[in-house]
Design a protein around this ligand. Structure first.
Ligand SMILES: *[C@@H]1O[C@H](CO)[C@@H](O)[C@H](O)[C@H]1NC(C)=O
Ligand SMILES: *[C@@H]1O[C@H](CO)[C@@H](O)[C@H](O)[C@H]1NC(C)=O
Ligand SMILES: *[C@@H]1O[C@H](CO)[C@@H](O)[C@H](O)[C@H]1NC(C)=O
Length: 822
């Protein structure tokens, strides 16, 4: 994906990608008075010089968009939005909460699971890591507002984590956690005991005052921070699953200073000592690792965190609770623990189940209880995986030498994957919100507003949002920089199209969005223009024609999907053209809705929807499909270079795998690339229902030699010479065969559409719709049952999930396919 996911290649500014042309394209005026004209010219020249200088430093790239922001400065505060203030907004940890504020205090859970015959300490579980090889984890129920229920399976352990919030006071109210640990049946010998580590940490502001009682047991802590005022957190002693007890436990406790929230795991690991003994009455004595001491950083260096850890070492099964109570709640009836918590949890689960059925109707449609649970898990982990980030991007403009810091700001967004991509990605988010807006359209509007408030003065929105230290630790330094000339599919137009159809956006919201929307549209129309009018080109492709079998197009979101073999300004990209057709149509709708001039957008929408023009620019008669156009040859291959010594007698350099071109490229339609890109006129429903090409695309979809599999549509035809091909020695195929759920969602949605339009292919589309939908839902469900996860992509030969996981980003769109909401 344009997220430069597994295989990242930094994009550089290129000579013919000189960014926006606006300033340079000023027209002269025929002056009336000569003097005025001279003066005017002088002013224009001076202004242009200053402008040019500033631009030369890349100033615009890091200047916020001039339109009024959509979200008020304190819009996320406890005063303005108390219900959303606290949340599980730390998707990258197995369990964590924070507030929607810039320097939020955080709470979290870690655990140590000793295994027989292994010297302590066991591996620390904290941040979601694929290398932890958990059998599964994720929110099974989460309403995005008041409660969540998660299950985690780790080597014979089943951890259930639950939270409930309760409104009240002026600071976002109270909440409680319950963590239940039990041995997993059928998973070998049960673990003898477990250490659960609950922590609270500040982020550069605020104070924590722990209250420790006998034998290192942290009973509670009080604290004060900017946003929370005073609060108390109480740690209850462990009980049985039914709440009886307390159970025997050993306690450890740590109060330390850390170099920031991103260092919490390191601090805890460094503080662990294996000298402690767990000795339940009548049971064997066992050594375990407990938090002990930590030598913090010297004063006054970087932003510091105060960290308090409460470690409980206890036998399974057990239940632990922790209650956060806000100092400004004055009329608290009963504490939210024990039986009260049990009841609240039960009523939230019941309310969730009812609302889920109202929104998606899966029981009505006859899905089994297991299938419904799967859909709830897919949906809940997307919603419960939403994050609140605060920080700045690092942006490279084509006009500046070095990357520059972007203005600081917040981002409230869903994430593709809690383990591998726990941060915002532009084109993913458009897909995420297609699902979430069916649950809570107001939430989607707020997310959209957050993204649009991150727009710069050029109308560009950074496509990968790495905001704050915690987010940054997940990304290698060389990939942090965002390029202000790089686009990404504008999927937010899909969301707007849906919100408009739902009647879910009000006029004041649309009105405040409109100036930014116009700039965004204009950014694409201007900077991604193609060589001929009404064609488009993804700028910023890899330029190296020697290293790569096919130079990548990260900005398109489809990374290594085959394009013209030799990148050039002559290229026209079919998918981008179709995205622009959608964008123009939605812009026209919004403008009409607001009574703003819509003519230009309507004109553009009409031209881009014109099937004749589409054919002229993209129908490759000889290939009998829609295609990109560019400087292309299919006769390329990777071959081992025969190394020669740099000078006689010196050792041979290591051999390199290089591309050889057997037949020179020429301008033509891009052959050998039938796949998702070819389908775009259908996917975005630009083809007229009576277009003969609709029949061709349907046939390509249904052909097993091309795109059809029993598990969904593969990304690239089996007949393509690049099918499943590595792009370099170490760069495995990504969008070259695997099944991706976002594009399959578009396909199912389009087939649903064409199955209802009068035309020669109506029947065929309708039956393909049924088949494709059943294949996708069936496989994603089955893989979840077998592996415990939703996956980034699925293998086109076996249906097996592959790539990062859990991937409850756009793969969770399977819920919309089940409920047939398009
Ligand atoms: C936002 O809240 C902070 C802290 O409560 C306050 O100091 C600031 O004045 C508020 N800003 C606005 C724009 O309301
Ligand atoms: C998009 O760009 C083209 C070419 O520059 C221009 O003619 C057209 O008016 C633009 N469309 C809109 C809606 O701005
Ligand atoms: C196509 O690529 C070749 C090889 O780089 C180059 O020599 C040729 O000029 C290119 N043709 C066009 C039309 O860009």
């Amino acid at each position: 994906m344009a997220r430069e996911r597994r295989r990242r290649v930094p994009e550089g500014p290129r000579p013919h990608d000189r960014g926006p042309r606006g300033a340079a394209a000023r027209r002269g005026r025929s002056g009336q008075g000569a003097a005025a004209a001279v003066l005017g010219v002088a002013c224009v020249v001076a202004a242009a010089a200053a402008w040019g200088l500033w631009r030369a430093r890349g100033g615009l790239a890091v200047t916020p968009h001039p339109a009024a922001r959509l979200l008020p400065a304190n819009g996320s505060s406890a005063a303005a939005a108390p219900g959303l203030f606290w949340g599980s907004y730390r998707p990258h940890v197995y369990l964590g909460m924070k507030t929607r504020s810039p320097r939020a205090p955080v709470t979290g859970l870690m655990w140590l699971l000793p295994s027989e015959g292994e010297a302590p300490p066991p591996p620390l579980r904290h941040t979601c890591e694929q290398s932890d090889r958990l059998a599964g984890y994720g929110w099974l129920r989460h309403d995005g507002l008041t409660f969540g229920l998660q299950e985690i399976r780790d080597r014979g352990l089943r951890l259930r984590t639950e939270f409930v919030k309760r409104p009240g006071g002026l600071h976002g109210g109270d909440w409680s956690w319950r963590v239940t640990a039990r041995p997993e049946r059928s998973a070998g010998p049960p673990p003898a005991f477990i250490s659960l580590l609950f922590y609270v940490a500040t982020d550069g502001q605020g104070i924590l005052r722990p209250l420790v009682v006998e034998k290192n047991r942290l009973a509670s802590l009080t604290g004060t921070t900017e946003e929370l005022g005073d609060f108390t957190i109480t740690f209850l002693q462990p009980t049985s699953e039914a709440g009886t007890g307390p159970l025997y436990a050993s306690y450890n406790y740590l109060h330390a200073r850390a170099e920031g929230l991103h260092r919490l795991s390191d601090v805890v690991k460094a503080s662990l000592s294996p000298r402690f003994v767990y000795a339940p009455p009548g049971g064997p004595k066992r050594r375990y690792a407990g938090v002990d001491t930590y030598q913090g950083p010297p004063d006054g260096r970087e932003r510091q965190s105060q960290l308090v850890v409460h470690q409980v070492t206890v036998a399974l099964p057990c239940r632990l609770e922790m209650a956060f109570e806000s100092g400004s709640v004055s009329d608290r009836a009963e504490r939210l623990v024990g039986e009260v918590l049990t009841q609240e949890l039960a009523s939230h689960v019941a309310a969730f189940d009812q609302r889920f059925e109202e929104a998606f109707g899966l029981a009505r449609k006859g899905f089994s209880a297991q299938e419904q649970d799967f859909a709830k898990a897919a949906f809940s982990n997307m919603l419960g995986g939403m994050g609140y980030f605060y920080g700045r991007s690092l942006v490279q403009s084509p006009h500046s030498e070095l990357p520059q810091p972007y203005p600081e700001g917040p981002l409230f967004t869903a994430v593709p994957s809690r383990s591998f991509f726990p941060r915002g990605f532009l084109w993913d988010e458009g897909f995420h919100q297609l699902l979430l807006s069916r649950w809570d359209p107001a939430l989607s509007c707020e997310v959209l507003a957050h993204w649009f408030d991150l727009m710069n003065a050029e109308g560009w929105i950074p496509r990968e949002q790495i905001l704050g230290e915690e987010a940054r630790t997940k990304v290698p330094a060389e990939f942090v920089v965002q390029h202000s000339s790089a686009g990404n599919p504008p999927t937010f137009f899909l969301l707007l199209q849906q919100l408009l159809a739902q009647g879910a956006v009000d006029a004041p919201y649309l009105r405040s969005l409109f100036p930014r929307l116009q700039s965004w549209y204009d950014w694409y129309n201007r900077t991604q223009a193609g060589p001929v009018p009404y064609t488009f080109r993804w700028h910023g492709r890899d330029q190296d024609t020697q290293m790569f079998l096919n130079p990548k197009t990260l900005t398109s979101g489809l990374d290594d999907y085959p394009r013209a073999s030799h990148p050039s300004p002559e290229e026209r990209h079919l998918d981008l053209r179709c995205w622009m057709a959608l964008a123009s149509d939605v812009m026209a709708q919004v403008a009409v809705h607001l009574g703003e001039p819509a003519g230009d957008y309507q004109h553009m929408a009409k031209l881009l929807a014109d099937n004749q023009l589409l054919e002229q620019h993209h129908w490759a008669k000889a290939l009998s499909t829609f295609a990109d156009y560019g400087n292309h040859t299919q006769a390329v291959a990777l071959e081992w270079e025969k190394p020669r010594p740099p000078s006689p007698g010196q050792p041979l350099p290591p051999p390199r795998l290089l591309r050889v071109v057997r037949k020179p490229p020429r301008l033509q339609f891009v052959g050998g690339a039938l796949g998702y890109v070819s389908l775009f006129p259908l996917l975005l429903q630009l083809l007229r229902p009576d277009s003969p090409h609709l029949g061709t695309l349907l046939a390509d979809m249904r052909s097993e030699k091309q795109l059809w599999t029993p598990f969904g549509l593969r990304s690239l035809s089996r007949s393509s010479p690049l099918y499943l091909k590595y792009n370099t020695e170490h760069d495995p195929p990504y969008w070259r065969g695997a099944i991706w759920i976002n594009i399959n969602y578009l396909a199912v949605r389009a087939l649903h559409h064409y199955g209802r339009q009068e035309g020669p292919f109506r029947q065929e589309a309708a039956s393909l719709y049924q088949e494709l939908r059943a294949n996708l839902v069936g496989n994603v469900f089955q893989q979840y049952q077998e592996s415990g996860y939703l996956w980034e992509q699925y293998h086109d030969g076996t249906g097996k999930g592959q790539g990062s996981h859990p991937f409850t980003g756009w793969s969770a769109l399977v819920v919309l396919m089940m409920s047939e909401k398009y």
